[in-house]
Each structure stands twice: as C-alpha cells, then as structure tokens.
Design a protein around this ligand. Sequence first.
Ligand code: 0O2
Length: 201
Amino acid sequence: MQQKLSNPQFLLKKKWAILNVEFKLKMIDLELSTEYKRTVMQKIEHRIKKTDSITRKLIKKGYKTTFENAIGKLNDIVGIRVVCLYSDDVYKIASMLKQQKDFTLIKEKDYIQNPKKSGYQSLHLIMDVPFTYKNETEAQRVEIQIRTVAMDFWAGVDNQICYKKKPEEMKKAEEELKNYSNVISRIDRQMLELRKKVERM
Ligand code: 0O2
C-alpha cells in the first residue's frame, strides 16, 4: 500500500484535483465578494493524507490496510479547507459548489447544525471532481471542509490537544473544549448579527 500511495503519478493526480477545486473556489470567491462587496474567503488550505494517517483511519474503520481500501473506503485522501468570517457564508459557498455542473456531490455532513460529540463544527462536502489532462479524463474524490474562522480556531486547538488522544486521559480537557465550542457558536451568531445590523445602516 505504502508504495502505491507514494507513487508520483498517483500523487500528481491528487495535486491536479486540488488545483481544480482551488480554481473553482477562487471563481466562487470572486463572484461572492463582487456581489457582497466584502472579502468572503479568508483562506483556502489543502492537504494530501499521509500514509500513516490513512493506515490508522482504515484500522479504526475496521478495514484491511490495502491500497484498494484506501482509495475505495476513504473520502478524504484529498482534503481542502475553506475558512470564512461568517456562518452564512459557509452555506453560500456550499450552495455554489453544489451548483457546479461538473462536480458531483457524494455526501454532505453538516457539523454546524449538528456538531460532533466533541464539539467539532464544520460543513463537509464529499465531492467527485473530474479533470481532463492530455487525452485522459477522470474524477477524483475530495473532502471540502467549510467553516468560520472561529470554528477553525476551535478545530486547531482540538487537533493539537485532544483529537486522536486517548479519551480517559483527556476527559477534563475535552469537556472544557466542548464548552468553548458553544461559546464559538454564540460568537459566530453575534458576529453575523452585527454584520447584518451594520449592513442595514
Ligand atoms: P485528519 O487529521 O484531518 O486527516 P466519512 O467516511 O467521510 O463519512 P470520516 O472521514 O470518517 O467520514 O469522518 P468525519 O467525522 O466526517 O471526519 C472527517 C475529518 O473531519 C477528520 O479527518 C478531521 O479532519 C475532521 N474532524 C472530524 N471530527 C473532528 C474533531 O472532533 N476534531 C477535529 N479537530 N477535527 C475533526 P481525520 O481523518 O479524522 O483527520
């Protein structure tokens, strides 16, 4: 599996898929920021999942650690993250991605309406994105995470101190972080209200 996952041709196709999605996101950003006369996307990030992380995830999900399972069972070997200021922008971006005729929505997970037990909030779109290069056209599976700066801040801290750590050791920190997730939701709502109030002035 290791050899196939680090094959340069395999990785090249993942990188092309990232370029393709980022290009589309930049077009969406341009359209939204022109319409609303303000910056919409604060940042766009990407990562290709490393072999050890793929192995851990396959084991956690109860699959054999084969290349076929890695590409067949995992949706997030290619991950792209969009961070914006306001929670309504998250849904505007998602809606525009879903309108793209060449992208196919496979699964949508709304961890903003339904946060994870940990308190994690984000909107995830699993999509198949095709690209044509030379005489070859093929689709690549990507996970697009869309969230606010506040949600991203929370996830970053969680990632560093709690996520993927043994639950018994982390119980207290997890509880505290869960409370902060509620604080983050409240701040996101208040910031959105503030923006709307100013827009009405
Ligand atoms: P990493 O480090 O990003 O590679 P699926 O098979 O698509 O239905 P999946 O991928 O098993 O579902 O699960 P899920 O819960 O949707 O998680 C996908 C990704 O969301 C994770 O990937 C994380 O990036 C992020 N995520 C989910 N839950 C949490 C959480 O509680 N805290 C933080 N910080 N991030 C979370 P990986 O592979 O777990 O991690």
